[in-house]
Ligand binder design. Structure first.
Ligand SMILES: CC(C)(COP(=O)(O)OP(=O)(O)OC[C@H]1O[C@@H](n2cnc3c(N)ncnc32)[C@H](O)[C@@H]1OP(=O)(O)O)[C@@H](O)C(=O)NCCC(=O)NCCS
Length: 147
C-alpha cells in the first residue's frame, strides 16, 4: 500500500536512505523538512506495517521534481519502484501538473530503465552533480505533448 508518510516513518526511511545512497544520503532533517513543506510530498510503500520504499516529489509552479526514490535492498525488482513512480504520476495528473523532471546518476541503469519505461527521456547532463563528481542525466516526462 502506498500512503503519505508520517513522522513515525522517518527512522525506517532514514535506514533505507543510507543503505541506498551512502555519502549522498539525506539526513533526518531533510525528511522532516519535506513533512513540514507545503510544496513537497513524501509517499511511503508499506508492507506488513513497515515502510520498504518511498518517494519525494516537489511541485513548483507548473513543474514537478522527483527529489528522491528508493526501495530497500531486499525488496528490489518486485515492481515497488514502478508503483511508487506511477503513484506520483497519477497524483500529479490529479492536481493538473503535466511536467516532471529529475536527476539520475549516469551509471544508475536500474533507475534510468525504470524512468524510461514510464515515459521519461534524457534531455541533458549536469556535470559533476554528485559528491564523487559523477555526472547526472536530466530526465523529463510530459503528459501530452512536449511544450
Ligand atoms: C531504482 C530503484 C528505485 C528501482 O526500484 P525497484 O522496485 O527495484 O524497481 P522495479 O522492480 O519497479 O523495476 C521497474 C523497472 O526498473 C528497471 N530495473 C529495476 N532494477 C533494475 C536492474 N537491477 N537492472 C536493470 N533495470 C532495472 C527495469 O526496467 C524494471 O522493469 P522490469 O521489471 O519490467 O524489467 C531501486 O533500484 C533503488 O532503490 N535503487 C537505489 C536508489 C536509487 O538509485 N534511486 C533512484 C535515484 S534517481
Amino acid at each position: 500500500m502506498i500512503r503519505t508518510a508520517t513522522l513515525e516513518d522517518i527512522s525506517q526511511i532514514c535506514l533505507i536512505e543510507s543503505e541506498c545512497f551512502g555519502e549522498d544520503a539525506w539526513n533526518r532533517q531533510n525528511f522532516l523538512a519535506v513533512l513540514a513543506s507545503d510544496i513537497s510530498k513524501l509517499f511511503g510503500y508499506e508492507k506488513d506495517k513497515e515502510i520498504i520504499g518511498y518517494a519525494v516529489v516537489t511541485v513548483i509552479f507548473d513543474e514537478a521534481h522527483l527529489d528522491n526514490l528508493a526501495v530497500s535492498l531486499e525488496n528490489r525488482k518486485k515492481g515497488i519502484g514502478r508503483q511508487l513512480v506511477s503513484y506520483i504520476l497519477r497524483y500529479l495528473k490529479d492536481i493538473e501538473i503535466h511536467k516532471i523532471t529529475l536527476e539520475v546518476r549516469k551509471s544508475n541503469t536500474a533507475a534510468i530503465n525504470l524512468y524510461k519505461s514510464l515515459g521519461f527521456a534524457i534531455e541533458g547532463v549536469r556535470k559533476n552533480y554528485y559528491k564523487n563528481q559523477e555526472d547526472a542525466y536530466i530526465m523529463w516526462r510530459y503528459d501530452g505533448k512536449k511544450p
